[in-house]
Write a protein that binds this ligand. Structure first.
Ligand code: PNS
Length: 159
């Protein structure tokens, strides 16, 4: 079985992430969306909430499963029999860091990284900008799935 992982912090998942996940799901037998991140960094949603939001947004994709991980992504790959990481690349600004992580993961664990070019419709999109825009009353309805939109509004208007 050709199984790949789409890792990320997904705080929250955006239509840009979903574009990459659904395109990967057309190419591979199974796509595991792995929700991780830096525990020292504060997030708007808990890992369990982020997992639920992605599950809801991908429920029509039969070969996509969503999981949580901590520690190294290469260890998650080994445990789950995954040979490659799939990442979306938006612009050259993503490139340096993504390249560095890809080379580290390959050199230390033999795990490949495959880069998929982001749909130009979402080239500007990031979870951070969505949160900031929404916090100050901006309309992000075209940028995130409906369940995320509901949860964002509730969360960001709390005192
Ligand atoms: O959405 P993000 O913040 O770009 O996701 C980054 C993430 C979680 C995919 C990346 O930081 C990661 O893989 N973290 C797991 C820890 C790890 O393996 N670090 C070494 C990378 S070389």
């Amino acid at each position: 079985m050709r199984r790949v992982v789409c890792p990320g912090s997904f705080d929250p998942v955006t239509n840009g992430h979903l574009d990459i996940i659904s395109r990967a799901a057309q190419l591979y037998d199974e796509v595991v969306v792995a929700v991780g991140g830096n525990p020292a960094k504060s997030t708007l949603f808990t890992p369990a909430e982020r997992v639920d939001l992605i599950r809801e947004a991908t429920r029509k994709l039969d070969n996509v499963r969503v999981d949580q991980f901590s520690g190294l992504i290469v260890d998650f790959c080994r445990t789950n029999d995954i040979s490659a990481i799939v990442k979306g690349l938006r612009a050259v600004t993503d490139f340096d860091y993504e390249m560095q992580m890809a080379q580290m993961n390959y050199s230390q664990a033999g795990v490949e990284t495959l880069f998929m070019t982001t749909n130009p419709l979402y080239a500007f999109l990031s979870s951070s900008l969505v949160k900031e825009f929404c916090k100050f009353g901006g309309d992000v309805s075209g940028l995130v799935p409906p369940t995320v939109l509901d949860r964002l509004a509730g969360r960001l208007t709390q005192p």
